[in-house]
Structure formats: C-alpha cells, structure tokens
Design a protein around this ligand. Structure first.
Ligand SMILES: Cc1ncc(COP(=O)(O)O)c(C=O)c1O
Length: 408
C-alpha cells in the first residue's frame, strides 16, 4: 500500500476547490404522507392532546408491544427519557454501578448519571462495534445493578451471552434499542430479550415521531413502575408513590409514531438495500464494513465503515474532504464516552456525585477501553435513511472512491 497521507492537495477534490460530487448535501427527512397527516389532524381536532385525555398513546403502546413481541409498552417523550425511566424502575441509584459500552450516543450514559448511578464502561467487540460480553463479565462487582447493551447502528448485540451473564450474576438487562427498531436476533425482535428495552422515535430513527420514546418489557411489575415514573410518580389521581417526572408522550406524537410503525418494515427493507449496495460498491477499498453475525438481521440504522487511518487527525481530514463533496457521511462518535470531559473528570453533579459520592466505590485504576479508543477514531458512518434516493447512494460511493485513494 502507498504511504498514508494526512492531507491531500489533489485539485479535483472539493475540499481543494474542485467540483463537488453533489451541489448540496441532501437534507435528511422523515418519510411522511397522508397517513401521518390524517392521524395528527384527528388528534388535533379532538381538542384532547395529552395521553391523559386521548387514547392515541395507549393504542400506539399496544401496537408497538405487539410488534416487538413483548407484553407491555410504556411510551415516553424521548429515548433518553425511556432510558432514565427504565433505570429508575430497575432501582439503579446512588452507589450502584451500571455497565455500558463507551461507543454509543451520550444518552445511554447520561441516563445512568441522571439516576445518580456510576457508569462503568465495558469495551466493544471489534467485529460488531457492540459491547463485548467478556468485558461485561470482567466489570461486574457487587455494586452492579444493570447492564445496558446498545444495538449500535441497528446491529443486535450478543444477547444470549449478555442475558446469561446477567442471570447468573443477578443484574438487570436494559437494551438500548434506540437505533434498532425491527432488528432480529435469532428470530426475535430486539427489545424482547432484556428485562426492559428502550426505543427512540427522534426524527432520524428507523421509525419516528419527531421526538418520542418507549420502554417495552414482559414484566407487568416493571411496566407499572415505568408508568408511575413517567407520570410524575403518580399511581392514581394525586396519589404520589415515587419520585417521577413528566415524560408523557403527547397524543400527536403517538399518532405519528403509530402511522410510522405500519411502514417500519418497508423502511427497513429500503435501509437494507442501501446497506447491501454500500457493502458491494466499497469492495476494493481498504475499509472495514460490518456484517450482521449469523442469526441476526440488522436494522441498518447507519452503515459504519472503519478506515485504515493513522489516527484521529487523519480521519478528520478524510471526513472533511467527504463532507466537502456534499454527501451524507458523518463521524457520529469520534471519541468514546469514557473520554468525554465531564465523565472523565467526574463533574456531573457538584461534590463529585455520582462518581465520588460517599455511597460509591472508589474508582478502580486502569481498565480503559482500547478497542473503542481505536475504532471510534477511525469509524465514519454512511446514512441509510429511506428518504435518500439511489442517486444519493451512488454519489456517496462516488465521493468515497474519489476521496479515499488520495489519503490512504
Ligand atoms: C443509542 C441511543 N441511545 C439513546 C438515544 C436517545 O434518544 P433521544 O434522542 O430520543 O432522547 C439515541 C438517540 O439518538 C441513541 O442513538
């Protein structure tokens, strides 16, 4: 292979003044039609817009639980709220530890800290980018309350091994399925294997409501707790039984989510086709792509590619050059969460809480996450959103073939 170049002066690259592959980066939008418009209009015209007065939320909950193959669904107003509620329902609190991967969106971990529990990072597997069950087991202590496997970029985490470890060690499994609606693990929908699972319906997700979220579970007791925590701790009218929040999903969001649920499988088929296209067209370039492990079907939320770059600066130059070509390629998680300043320096709340509070165990030395460190610095994602046409996918591939050889 040629010697790697950190920068390129190639005149045909848009970053150096050449013509870009596309005139403008196409905006990512939700795919909506009359179905969503009609559903929202019906709620709006009813004049009853809250879940307390309109049954649109309950109807969506039933439909989403049925889709996931779970007994219960509790809809909330974001994926972050879903994680917070699930962790609260699991009883995670001061002095408890919750194991999570460092390579994920911040909300996975901020929800743990919001519950005043300490996030403990377990490194990821280099072939799936998901939490490595062997590393989870190493991080379990008598303080471990829960583990939060994330089905990152739509690819299911190794749930058999994770649930077996959790059962043996008596800890709760909360799936972060915010990027994996409809993904399959050994024939089961993700979200149906943990004690609870959390979804996001934020605008960019495989099915969306603009903003929104849900917890699904097979446990009636956990579902009841989640409902109370979501609704300001109220079990019945003005009967406050726990610390709660107002995380209720608005009825109009439920109407949108319900209409989107009916299209989820077709959206996921489009994502799968785009992922297959990327996989095929990138052959010949020195980039690593991620195939779903046997027995799993990815929801293809995003399509990660790992570059053979020499470090974060090198990746940044390539990323900037691709962005200049106006194609939808992002660098979503350039650094793992254990290196985020407020987490690393334990500055979440005042007085060191939750990390150094009197209830917490003194942090153990060492034990970083070298795989996440390495791969976050070298992994970009291609966008598989169903709003994108085949022309966008073609141009994305074109831009990658144009840019990469100039830098590698
Ligand atoms: C893995 C993961 N967890 C949690 C969330 C939080 O969801 P929301 O943005 O709806 O709060 C997201 C959303 O981006 C996510 O990707």
């Amino acid at each position: 292979m040629k010697k790697k170049r950190i920068t390129s002066t190639a005149a045909h690259l848009a970053i150096n003044g050449g013509p870009p592959v596309r005139k403008k980066t196409p905006p990512q939008k939700m795919l909506v039609d009359e179905a969503e418009a009609r559903a929202v209009a019906a709620v709006l015209k009813s004049g009853r817009l809250t879940s307390l007065s309109n049954d649109a939320v309950e109807r969506f909950e039933k439909a989403f639980a049925a889709y996931c193959g779970t007994k219960h669904c509790v809809a909330v107003n974001s994926g972050t709220a879903a994680l917070h509620v699930a962790l609260a329902a699991a009883g995670a609190g001061p002095g408890d530890e919750v194991i999570a991967p460092p390579y994920t969106f911040i909300a996975t971990v901020s929800a743990i800290i919001q519950q005043n529990a300490v996030p403990v990072f377990a490194d990821i597997d280099r072939d799936t980018l998901n939490i490595d069950p062997a590393r989870v087991e190493e991080k379990i202590t008598r303080r471990t309350k829960a583990v939060v496997p994330v089905h990152l970029f739509g690819l299911p985490a190794d749930m058999d091994r994770i649930t077996a470890i959790a059962k043996r060690r008596g800890i709760t499994v909360i799936e972060d399925a915010c990027q994996a609606h409809g993904a399959l693990y050994k024939g089961r929908k993700v979200g149906s294997m943990g004690d609870m699972a959390c979804f996001s319906f934020q605008e960019s997700k495989n099915m969306a409501a603009g903003e929104g979220g849900a917890i699904v579970t097979n446990s009636g007791a956990l579902a009841d707790k989640c409902r109370i925590i979501r609704h300001i701790g109220m079990a019945a009218k003005y009967e406050y039984v726990a610390l709660g929040y107002n995380y209720r999903m608005p009825a109009m969001s439920a109407a949108v989510a319900h209409a989107q649920l009916g299209k989820l499988d077709s959206f996921n088929e489009r994502r799968a086709r785009m992922a297959d296209y990327y996989r095929e067209k990138l052959v010949g370039l020195p980039v690593k792509t991620y195939d779903p492990p046997p027995g799993t079907v990815s929801a293809n939320h995003l399509f990660p590619i790992t570059l053979p770059t020499s470090g974060i600066e090198h990746t940044f130059e390539i990323y900037k050059a691709l962005a200049a070509e106006n194609v939808p390629v992002w660098w979503v998680y350039p650094r793992p969460l254990n290196s985020v300043d407020f987490i690393k320096n334990k500055r979440a709340y005042s007085k060191g809480c939750p990390f150094d509070c009197p209830h917490a165990a003194p942090a153990k030395a060492g034990g970083g996450c070298p795989v996440a460190d390495e791969l976050s610095a070298r992994t970009l994602v291609l966008v598989t959103a169903p709003c994108y046409s085949e022309a966008v996918a073609r141009d994305t591939v074109k831009a990658i073939w144009k840019v990469l050889p100039e830098f590698l």
